[in-house]
Design a protein around this ligand. Structure first.
Ligand SMILES: NC(=O)c1ccc[n+]([C@@H]2O[C@H](COP(=O)([O-])OP(=O)(O)OC[C@H]3O[C@@H](n4cnc5c(N)ncnc54)[C@H](O)[C@@H]3O)[C@@H](O)[C@H]2O)c1
Length: 252
């Protein structure tokens, strides 16, 4: 339950990796705020489950679109952008994966899979989606999902930390390049959020991380959705090129 209500009626949103986890919660919250939302994901199973869940609310169902997209493939992103049933106001670059291993054990495949999804994926999606933004909108928004590990590193995440640090560099560059065209571009750096991504981490590693969080709990997908809706709203129009840590104070 949120105590802040956002009004996204008439707005068009794309959420990549939107079929589960953080992305699904973000998509759900945009739908609840009146937007039309296109969910881009490569997991057929997750897309089906998301569609079934959203169909429980006929009003949301009427504004939700589901698109099978692999963000690592430019052609896939371009095809999805060409099929968008609305002009775009907000793009949320959220799709991401982990392939954790210590550096000495990390294979070239582990490296490439994470870089291709978490870094090149943003390039592919944003290049494809940029021409689809509404020419009239004075509040165009791009929100990129980074991670606090980009800021302080993490054992076993050479590939992931490098990709997410790249996301922050890309965010700041786009904030400069697109600012005059009515865009803001910001990143969210989540801490440890309860999703399937963190449930794959070793329990002891997770427990020792939680012990260091001043807020004394893991984050919830709603914590990230709250930040995302704010950064996507007209109320954040003077917030540009920033990285918003949503981590319970882990990185202070
Ligand atoms: N969970 C956390 O603690 C945490 C912390 C920091 C950052 N993040 C970031 O938040 C984002 C969401 O993470 P999550 O925890 O919800 O993960 P998740 O695994 O639950 O969801 C990620 C979604 O992205 C989709 N996806 C993956 N590769 C894709 C591709 N090539 N093309 C299209 N879709 C693809 C998956 O199918 C999935 O639906 C990621 O970018 C992740 O790096 C998560």
């Amino acid at each position: 339950m949120s105590t802040i209500s956002f009004d996204f009626r008439g707005k068009g949103i794309v959420v990549t990796g939107g079929a589960q986890g953080i992305g699904f919660e973000i998509a759900r919250r945009f739908l609840a705020s009146g937007a039309s939302v296109s969910i881009w994901d490569y997991s057929a199973e997750a897309l089906k489950a998301a569609e079934t869940e959203i169909a429980k609310n006929p009003d949301h169902k009427s504004r939700a679109f589901f698109c099978s997209v692999d963000v690592t493939q430019m052609a896939s992103c371009a095809a999805a952008a060409a099929k968008l049933p609305f002009a775009l106001d907000v793009l949320v670059n959220n799709a991401g994966i982990t392939r954790d291993k210590s550096f000495v054990k990390m294979t070239e495949e582990d490296w490439s899979a994470v870089i291709n999804t978490n870094l090149t994926g943003l390039f592919n999606v944003t290049q494809s989606a940029l021409p689809k933004f509404s020419a009239d909108s004075k509040n165009k928004r791009i929100v990129n999902m980074a991670s606090i590990v980009a800021l302080y590193g993490n054992f076993g995440q050479t590939n992931y930390a490098a990709a997410k640090a790249g996301v922050i560099g890309m965010t700041k560059t786009w904030a400069r390049e697109f600012g005059k065209r009515g865009f803001t571009v910001n990143a969210i750096a989540p801490g440890f959020i309860e999703t399937r991504m963190t449930s794959a981490m070793p329990k002891e590693a997770l427990a020792s991380m939680v012990a260091k969080i001043p807020a004394a709990r893991m984050g919830q997908v709603s914590d990230i959705a709250n930040a995302c809706l704010f950064l996507a709203s007209e109320d954040s129009s003077y917030v540009n090129g920033t990285v918003l840590n949503v981590d319970g104070g882990l990185v202070v």
